[in-house]
Design a binder for this molecule. Structure first.
Ligand code: NIG
Ligand code: FE
Length: 405
């Protein structure tokens, strides 16, 4: 029985293989919230009388968008640091002086659970209006057993409250907290011995991530943390080669991580290793642009080496203060050299792969009924304009969760 039917689709982007669109199409979502039919109207089954009908107005329909990399659980603001940066301080200098990630850490520790949950819901609502129905959210502003568990529990709570699906990642190795000042290795030991087992026992994170960078964590730290996480049943991902070539990409390949993000400083051997290991490469252009960095984002080069490429916002208050996945896609095209089709795959099918989710990202029978209706026929409109939102309807598990006013 179909619960919701999208009719009058001008261009159906199933994203099954590529960004090819089917003209004059329909999508039927069954009452289990999964897709029953997605294809040409001519061969569509009869629709049930009771089904909700969404008229796509001869415009484009795509899978619900997936933001595969965010640090969305933050409190406070970094406005003063932006002013410092405008006067010449670098992101790294601010971090080294106890600001940056540790500034946000203080604000998160001081916020109660309800406040954090409300902030997260507000951000997810804004993202949902842009068609984003699944979001990866990292911890990493708690940086202690208590506050990392609390952060991940808030992420779980907000996921359970819905309607956006959240994929939780434990990023305790984001920065060394003040309690371990000068003792990075001691903090790594604490993550391995205390934080990860507690997170795993409570089933609070699907993934474990490490920020491999000078001033953050080393490859050796990353190896210890990620192998421990794997042995506890978590999947792995890495922040790699963002500000310098630090070895994160090779580590991701060696460990068979699901994804590696940033990657501005990869070299030939890194790209080959990522391709051979099937690590999904996340292009996070908003961070590079907001930090005003000059290093070319190697989207094109990664593709040319055969890598699978996903596109994320990296949404966070310090390096990428935007919830706009359309902007991230636009910058992935202009600043990283992806084609529009590759960027569309990057926020749908390939983003699902980056999160090890095999039930979404494409519109085919059996997949989750998560979809987006635009006000244009060409889906490239998402990336070919800034600030205006071309999304008119958003459907999550077969329920209409957003309609443009
Ligand atoms: O992905 N690189 C590390 N983490 C974030 C920045 C987090 C922050 O500045 O609060 C990033 O860019
Ligand atoms: Fe990040």
């Amino acid at each position: 029985v179909s619960a919701l039917v999208v009719v009058n689709i001008g261009a159906l982007y199933t994203m099954e293989r590529d960004a090819h669109a089917i003209a004059d199409a329909e999508v039927h979502i069954d009452d289990d919230g999964c897709i029953g039919y997605a294809g040409a109207r001519a061969t569509a089954p009869a629709r049930d009388a009771g089904a909700t009908v969404v008229d796509a107005g001869e415009h484009a329909v795509l899978p619900g968008f997936i933001d595969c990399h965010t640090h969305l659980l933050w409190a406070g603001s970094r406005d003063a640091e932006f002013a410092l940066r405008s006067r010449g301080a670098s992101y790294g200098e601010i971090l080294a002086a106890g600001g940056g990630i540790r500034n946000t850490m203080r604000a998160v520790r001081e916020s109660d659970d309800d406040t954090l949950a409300a902030l997260l819901h507000t951000r997810l609502r804004e993202m949902r209006a842009r068609g984003v129905t699944t979001v990866e959210v990292k911890s990493g502003y708690g940086l202690s057993l208590e506050h990392e568990l609390r952060s991940l529990a808030v992420i779980k709570r907000v996921h359970d409250e819905g309607p956006t699906d959240l994929v939780a990642t434990c990023l305790s190795a984001h920065a060394v907290p003040p309690e371990f000042e000068g003792d990075r290795v001691g903090y790594v030991q604490h993550i391995v011995d205390e934080i990860l087992p507690a997170v795993s026992e409570r089933k609070l994170a699907r993934f474990c991530d490490v920020f491999i960078e000078g001033g953050a964590f080393t490859v050796t730290d990353g190896f210890r943390i990620l192998t421990r996480a794997s042995s506890l049943g978590m999947h792995t991902r890495v922040h790699a080669e963002q500000l310098s070539r630090s070895g994160g990409a090779a580590l991701a390949a060696e460990l068979g991580a699901h994804a590696a993000g940033h990657l501005e400083f990869v070299d030939e051997s890194d790209m080959k290793a990522l391709a051979d290991a099937g690590v999904v490469c996340e292009i996070l252009a908003p961070a590079q642009v907001f930090l005003g960095l000059q290093q070319r984002i190697p989207g094109r080069a990664l593709r040319d080496h055969g890598c699978t490429v996903a596109v994320g916002t990296d949404a966070n208050p310090g390096s990428a203060p935007s919830l706009d996945l359309h902007l991230a896609g636009s910058l992935a095209v202009t600043m990283a050299g992806l084609t529009v089709d590759e960027a569309l795959l990057g926020i749908t099918k390939n983003a699902a792969r980056a999160l090890a989710l095999d039930d979404r990202g494409v519109l085919t029978p059996g997949m989750r009924g998560d979809l987006v209706v635009l006000d244009t026929v060409h889906a490239g409109a998402l990336f070919a304009s800034w600030g205006s939102n071309h999304v008119t309807h958003v459907v999550k598990n077969g329920a209409l969760v957003h309609m443009r006013a």
